[in-house]
Design a protein around this ligand. Sequence first.
Ligand SMILES: *[C@@H]1O[C@H](CO)[C@@H](O)[C@H](O)[C@H]1NC(C)=O
Length: 135
Amino acid sequence: MLQFQTLVWIIISSFSFVISAEKDFYRAAVLELAQFTNISYPAADILRINLEVYEIAAKTAAKHGADIIVFPESGLLPFEKPNRDWMLSFIEDIPDPKKEVVNPCEQESQFRDLPILRRLSCLARNNHIWVVQIR
Ligand SMILES: *[C@@H]1O[C@H](CO)[C@@H](O)[C@H](O)[C@H]1NC(C)=O
């Protein structure tokens, strides 16, 4: 079992905005976290551990009625990267929604090699929540 300390602060807040005819507000959740950053671990492990925290946060937010969750910038990977090549394993092409309709969660074979996109897609789909991920 990996030992790590992850501090997760989930701030569930309600904001009132008019977004649909069904209800006149939506509930937003914002995740603040000290992500797992120990670069002596394989890069894939760092990503997996942080994505697991994201999943817990999304489930918790959905349970509290959140419609949307906003994840922090660079929340999946350490701010300080060991080198440029290290980052190459995390580069994922995101399909242009103006050119094609895709669902990375449901199209497993097509998106098998894009773990970030696929897991965030499944996280949104499985929890019925909108996801905002910057970078
Ligand atoms: C990173 O992980 C290694 C291996 O588990 C451990 O020896 C080291 O102390 C960790 N570094 C930090 C900064 O936590």
